[in-house]
Design a binder for this molecule. Sequence first.
Ligand code: ADP
Length: 797
Amino acid sequence: MSIEKILQTLEWGSAPESIKMAEEFVKNFGSEQGIFINGKWLYPVGCERFNTTNPANGEVLATIIQSGQKEVDSAVMAAREAQPKWAALSGHERAKYLYAIARNIQKHSRLLAVLETLDNGKPIRESRDIDVPLMIRHFYHHAGWAQIMDETHPNHEPIGVCGSIIPWNFPLLMLSWKIAPALAAGNTIILKPAEYTSLSALAFAEICRSVGLPHGVLNIITGDGRTGARIVEHEGIDKVAFTGSTGVGRIIRNAIAGTGKGLTLELGGKSPYIVFEDADIDSAVEGLVNAIWFNQGQVCCAGSRLLVQENIAEKFHDKLRLRMSKLRLGNPMDKAIDMGAIVDESQLAMITKMCKEAEAEGLEMWQADNPLPQEGLFFPPTLFSNVAPSSTIAQEEVFGPVLVSLTFRSPSEAIALANNTRYGLAGSVWSQDIDTALEVARSIKAGTIWVNCTNQFDANSGFGGYRESGFGREGGIEGLWAYMRNKPPTSEKSLSGYMIHQSQSQIQTSPSGGTAGASLDQQGSIVNRTTKFYIGGKQCRPDGNYSLSVIGPNGFVGEVGRGNRKDIRNAVEAASKSINSKNWCGKSAHSRAQVLFYIGENLQQREDEIAKRISAQTGQSMDDAISEVKDSIAEWFRWASWSDKHDGRVHETTINGLVLAVNEPLGVVGLVCPASPSLFSFTRLLAPLISMGNSVVAIPSETAPLAALEMYQIFETSDLPAGVVNIVTGLHEELLSTIAEHDAIDAIWADINDMTLVHQGSCGNMKQTWKATSLSSDKELLRRACNVKNIWLPHGI
Ligand code: ADP
């Protein structure tokens, strides 16, 4: 008898996990659950409550508190009081607590896995073998960071009190991603689990209480989005860490715009799963099962878009359908179940609706005939093949067990399709050819790429997105950065440490609104000093023909263009073209360094002339102005030197293989410079950005823009390719929103006091925004000039 026949005739028995422990936990804590504030369980009377249910059978497990303002206030107050004391402990002391938490999670891992599955509906196989072990690894790993942080990060301090909001798909794992690094770095925290899945977080709070974690260091309060919003908006919160939908991420970005609160967002995705003709097909099919049907597809990085090479598509789909038909759906407590329940009715309704709409669009839906349980919230594994890249279901996140399949012919088409999304969380590449696999991995715009594998996670590898998948990383050193900041700079030259000259320059709008460029210069001769913009390697006139007069302490110095939306759009187009053609980011770091050194050298040739320009605008003495130019020359040398030294890393993880953390340019960056020191600040911010391969749309000092404009002749003579630096002058308040809202800009560095407009405008494509004054060290500037992409390369023979 063939193995296939044997497999066909074998019946599955049931292998249920006992739920006794979890029932006892709920009983001990009462079916009316409390909240954990300042080391104590609280059961506030009069609070609204809601049920948490088992989605596999609809049974009510317990009632949960809908925390209101009072509860949020108490939690924040407890965290604030505890924070200085927690931060003052030695790293070793904090490490001992984190280690004790890890050990105790280990001891209670069965309880946690069962509670997680009861409340969420995910198969016990996953919560037991994936979620909880990853959680334990996370706490051990961060106990290690706490221990060695004095050595690894001597000039850093914690951010303060963190407000963390997590989703329901991986309640324990998400909780660990937020809590472990925050505590390791000396922050305290208020965490809110998602309303569908609060139980495991409450069990975790009890573990922390039992290990004697100092009161107030960790506070867990329950509730829905209203509670989340109160935490986010609370003025006692210094940093918000959110994982969830892009929609709510936007609301949060908006809610804290201009407040100065730190923010990391891990949002949605529509990750490509790319299979080349030379892939190990059976492994790729198995990987795909893991990519899209793990946790019923309710995974932000789910490989929900299959891109398969055309000539193997039919064979691949046949194998896939066969495998889909073997998936077993049922009681998630059964250890032999592949897919459990969908978390909630509303989620099931959304998945169903999206599939119906796709069918109505004319797409063909295929579902295996897998028997579905009689009760509970289940949705079968679903495949839409031959889908057009633009169809809604190929673009929108379903967050359910629904795969769409598209075909491609060449690697470049695969890359184009993979990047045809507004998200950028993850991607998988399947090919036995190392050139293809690595080239494609480098070309996909996403934070994590798995080569010949999928859904690999480890506490020592950063996870997080590009584009609308958010910003910031979770895990390892990359994640830890979000929970600390540089102590105020001491000796290192930085923008915030630079002496600010009391600039006496002003800007005046030209009454004639146009060609008022002819005027008397300081020597009394008639000159036309309307300095043009620099866009795409060319000098251009302002679209609106308006100009601004730069007035120094001795009167008129020159005219500059008054940029408008159209000018910014042209500059962004030129910068995008530079990125797409890879005329700069595609060069080796050594080549970029050569150009940057050359810029410094050429600036030196014009030291006196440019110093005069600075002095005429600002009233600085010539000595001061010369020293500003000299400092700027040194900056060009500095960032030329860094070009090939901001290395990535090879992470130590739990796989047999390499995990390469690669620093990639952000793309197009909008740069808004401060008024003064006009040349130095322009250089200090622009040079690291281009040193790392970004292309920039720069708005120089509003009142003293002429020195920066002098630079374009230097760029031209220093072999800087067209479009890498684009300069538009004008009134910052007129240009800020256009820059912030432009969807082709990937990040903004702005040196302005009020970042509200920038933050609000950034919500469209969720671009990252940095206040330039907070970028106080070289290393920080380098970090903020790059995205880290983690490429997983398992191997073995
Ligand atoms: P999902 O789509 O994964 O359910 P959501 O983004 O809706 O994700 O929810 C993720 C988390 O965000 C949950 O804990 C939820 O309660 C919380 N949340 C929802 N709305 C808001 C809001 N306006 N502000 C803060 N948190 C919110």
